[in-house]
Ligand binder design. Structure first.
Ligand code: FES
Length: 142
């Protein structure tokens, strides 16, 4: 049996995580190619519907990567995103999908190594959870 390769969506703030992802590439740090990075102007723009939609469309896990707490360029967008991710996590637990499929992380633009490390850790975490049950029911792939 072949190993399950998760498909992951990562909403990355352009001021920090997206730049960190870029830096990881520039430093030639390798991380799993499972992550589809979606650039957003601030994680505060990521709505609960975006998270749910990504899962509905076939992602096995969703990462939201924003600026460090206190460093959001829009004051508290990252804190709002954190609350939304926690809310979706509880919702996913309630419906049996598993709240561990969504994760909020914070980082600075210069943390390319941390981005690569998180990408690897989240990929392994989702691999351990197995495929998104919604995808199994609908046959959808991201
Ligand atoms: Fe980066 Fe708000 S500007 S999370």
């Amino acid at each position: 049996m072949s190993q399950f390769e998760p498909i992951l969506a990562a909403f990355a703030c352009e001021y920090c995580a997206y730049t960190a992802a870029d830096m990881a590439g520039a430093l030639r740090l390798s991380y799993p190619p499972n992550l589809r990075v979606i650039r957003v102007p601030c994680t505060g723009k990521v709505d609960t519907l975006h998270l749910m939609r990504a899962l509905q469309r076939g992602a096995d896990g969703v990462l939201v990567a924003g600026c460090l707490e206190g460093d959001c360029h829009f004051i508290n967008g990252n804190l709002r995103a954190k609350k939304r991710v926690e809310y979706v996590g509880r919702l996913l637990d309630d419906i049996g999908i598993g709240g561990g499929r969504v994760l909020m992380v914070h980082m600075a633009a210069g943390q390319g190594a941390r981005f690569a490390e998180l990408a690897a850790e989240f990929t392994e975490h989702i691999r351990s959870l197995g495929p998104n049950p919604i995808k199994l029911k609908t046959g959808k792939a991201a």
